[in-house]
Design a protein around this ligand. Structure first.
Ligand code: NBP
Length: 476
């Protein structure tokens, strides 16, 4: 047994991860359900490094030095369980099984318990960066037993992306913590993409410009605070021309966004935790609306449009307003995502360091961005920061863009351009900073129809008013 690590599941992700390990000098045992993929990996990329191919699971496991480290990179769900069950009879105490697929974190918690009972380590590992990242350095979010990180961590850090020499990989927390954080990462990715899409839509309507012109604006934005992978690829995509029609590529793509489910999981979990992640939720629903074909047909046919021509007089000022609104909304989306991580971490006792999460998202992953440095700094100033946008740096920058944000959201509403994420983020901002919320009225209504009781601003206790009787108040 000479391999230092094994990878089973050699579709795009597993194949590239295996190549990444090999390129970093590790001897990599490789295996796939259908052997042809294993053979083609070695045939096509054998020069990347030292691969040990096996056709059977028994040979694969036997080719890895103990304690074994085996990365599973197969389709999430049933296939992952099938592979785990196939591996188990061949494993020995102390071996580490790592699931690098997009598992839902409750599955990871279940699998970790099962393997722990067998004396095995199970690491649920979030991997972001797509196939490119897997090959050249992804952002890696491993959870599971901390002791497994002592031997596994250095290898993962080695193959992860680096920013300023710092690896985009760290131990996230026990059992499902790694996959949980990957899930929220994807949720934030949904919000980020929706916000960029809304900014694009606003610019297109407001400036009456073509896609390529908007692409140039994103290119300029990418040189400033907004610098990020998603802004960069947006600039590129918007300037891409469809070879067949000669039209802007974005204009020939059907406007129905699909999803694989991580956004939905993020929102479902936030509802369970009671954490308002309005940016991510609106982004997820916006995709759902785009795919609601019969509803959109009915809406187009029956619903009035009173929107005239949007007459933007100062084009540069408008572009700057949209940029500031995008930045502010983005900070809100991240702030909400980090709230969700804090709430889940507290509930599950994961002890997740939010600053470290922002640090490992700076490179390799889809939401990599310059401004994640600012988030890490905010949590370094105060590890228990209750609200990211309330950190002095963000409060200042969002405050300075507040008027621009309001102008953009109101102009969008007046001109009939839907901006669910921009608008809801501004509403969240105004909600979270309000002295008093109309929640007082909600409580009164609840007490009226359901005797659900309320608390008072001027004394302790819980009270109920006899609404249908003499309206006296008594302790509840
Ligand atoms: P896929 O998700 O397309 O899965 C294909 C792999 O699963 C093949 O190796 C296939 O073997 C194997 N497999 C299946 Br399907 N059922 C199996 C079973 N019952 N037993 C054993 N093997 C089985 O591959 P991928 O796109 O490379 O993604 C791998 C994982 O990484 C997924 O969980 C994905 O969600 C996650 N991920 C993907 C990305 C991305 O950008 N694509 C990014 C981050 C994470 P076969 O060759 O014999 O059919």
């Amino acid at each position: 047994a000479r391999a230092q690590i094994g990878v089973t599941g050699l579709a795009v992700m597993g194949r590239n991860l295996a190549r990444n390990f090999a390129r970093h000098g590790y001897t990599v045992a490789v295996h796939n359900r259908s052997y042809a993929k294993t053979e083609s990996l070695v045939a096509d990329h054998g020069t990347d490094g030292d691969f040990v191919p096996s056709e059977s699971t028994a040979d694969f496991v036997a080719s890895i030095a103990r304690p074994r480290k085996i990365v599973i990179m197969v389709k999430a769900g049933g296939p992952t369980d099938a592979v785990i069950d196939e591996l188990i009879p061949h494993l020995e105490e102390g071996d580490v099984v790592i699931d690098g697929g997009n598992a839902h974190f409750p599955d990871t918690i279940r699998r970790e318990r099962k393997l722990a009972d067998l004396g095995l380590h199970f690491v649920g590992m979030g991997v972001s960066g797509g196939e490119e990242g897997a090959l050249n350095g992804p952002s890696i979010m491993p959870g599971g037993p901390k002791e497994s990180y002592a031997t596994l961590g250095p290898i993962l850090e080695d193959i992860s992306a680096k920013v300023d020499g710092v690896p985009c990989c760290t131990w996230v927390g026990p059992d499902g913590a790694g996959h949980f954080v990957k899930m929220v990462h994807n949720g934030i990715e949904y919000a980020d993409m929706q916000l960029i899409a809304e900014a694009y839509d606003l610019l297109r309507h407001g400036l009456d410009a073509d896609a390529a012109e908007i692409g140039k604006i994103f290119e300029e934005w990418n040189a400033g605070d907004l610098e990020s992978f998603l802004i960069e690829i947006t600039a590129d995509v918007l300037q891409h021309v469809d070879a067949e029609t000669g039209k802007a590529f974005v204009d020939v793509v059907l406007d129905q966004a699909e999803q694989k489910g991580t956004g939905r999981w993020t929102v479902q979990n936030a509802l369970d935790l009671g954490v308002p992640i309005t940016g991510i939720a609106e982004a997820t629903f916006a995709r759902a609306l785009s795919g609601s074909v019969p509803q959109r047909e009915a809406g187009r046919a029956a619903l009035a449009s009173d929107a005239g021509t949007w007459d933007v007089t100062d084009r540069d000022a408008f572009v700057e307003d949209v940029r500031l609104a995008l930045y502010a909304s983005k900070v809100v989306a991240y702030s909400q995502g980090f709230d969700q991580i804090a709430a889940a971490s507290a509930e599950s006792g994961w002890g997740i360091d939010r600053g470290a999460m922002a640090r490992i998202w700076r490179g390799g992953c889809i939401i990599r961005a310059k401004f994640l440095n600012r988030i890490t700094e905010a949590y370094e100033r105060d590890a228990d920061l209750p609200l990211l946008i309330a950190d002095p740096y963000f409060a200042d920058i969002v405050g300075k863009g507040l008027q621009a944000w309001r102008r953009v959201v109101s102009q969008a509403a007046l001109n009939g351009v839907p901006t669910p994420a921009f608008s809801s983020s501004l509403a969240y901002y105004d909600g979270v900073r309000a002295e008093r919320l109309p929640a007082a009225l909600i409580q009164a209504q609840r007490d009226f129809f359901g005797a659900h009781t309320y608390r008072r601003v001027d004394k302790d206790g819980t009270f109920h008013t006899e609404w249908s009787g003499d309206r006296t108040e008594h302790d509840a």
